[in-house]
Design a protein around this ligand. Structure first.
Ligand code: Z5A
Length: 212
């Protein structure tokens, strides 16, 4: 595959949307213009249907943690096989709003599912497929949730407690420290500083990989 897969990760309100725009501009300046955007869960009709169930649930039937976890992987593999891999094979670059790191953090640390079970599932479903680069936007849950509060009602996951999101952040930081393909950006900075940090990190990565 000759395209690249770049993923943006972080808690809600970390500024992933802004980061995606910034990354697109930087790539465009390098004449990388054939970009495909994905979001997870979602991005195919089946995955979007699962997204709706995950985010809002169904009346009168509680969604179990294990079923939620399986739905994330079902949605992800639909997206990988039907959108991401074909795009990469066509030499396009894919920019993803969340990917498997979210599952490790939210379903692993947040929901506290069995980590061995997640690891086995990941191996079986993804079979080693992973992003070329992940940009993790680090923010405290307090500040992130304050930013998104203005949007109105919280969905099923956003309604969780602060400690739930604190566990997720801790796991994100732990995983980022163990994987050199994950770059951490301080997302609590003012917008312009965040943009500059992303620009610097991405340009360094492009240079190191002989792309620009
Ligand atoms: N989830 C999961 O549990 N497991 C998984 O495997 C996957 C996902 C893949 C997806 O929800 C939910 O699924 C998510 C994780 C879970 N749930 N929760 N909770 P989503 O796609 O609907 O939501 P999101 O991914 O969390 O997106 P978001 O809430 O929109 O966050 P964001 O994209 O990072 O935020 P933003 O729109 O860029 O910024 C929010 C606001 O802050 C906006 O008004 C900005 O103008 C402002 N902002 C951004 N940056 C700054 C700075 N630097 N200063 C000041 N203000 C700023």
């Amino acid at each position: 595959m000759s395209g690249k897969f770049i993923v943006i990760e972080g808690l809600e309100g970390a500024g992933k949307t802004t980061a995606i725009t910034t990354i697109s501009h930087i790539l465009n300046k390098k004449n990388i213009t054939d970009l495909v955007y994905t979001r997870e869960p979602g991005g195919t009709p089946i995955a979007e249907t699962l997204r709706n169930i995950i985010k809002h649930g169904l009346a009168d039937e509680p969604l179990t943690n294990k079923a939620e976890l399986l739905m994330f992987y079902a949605a992800r593999i639909q997206l990988i096989e039907n959108v991401i891999k074909p795009a990469l094979q066509a030499n396009k670059w894919v920019i993803g709003d969340r990917h498997d790191l979210s599952t490790q953090a939210y379903q692993g640390a947040g929901r506290q599912n069995d980590l061995m079970f997640i690891s086995t599932l990941k191996q079986s479903v993804l079979d080693g497929f992973k992003p070329d680069l992940t940009i993790y936007m680090d923010i405290s849950p307090e500040l992130g949730l304050k930013r998104v509060k203005a949007r109105g009602e919280f969905d099923r996951i956003e309604q969780e407690s602060l400690t739930f999101f604190e566990r997720i952040r801790e796991r994100y930081l732990e995983l980022a420290s163990q994987d050199s393909s994950i770059i951490t950006i301080d997302a609590s900075q003012p917008l312009e500083s965040v943009k500059l940090s992303i620009e610097k990190a991405l340009n360094t990565w492009l240079m190191e990989n002989g792309i620009a």
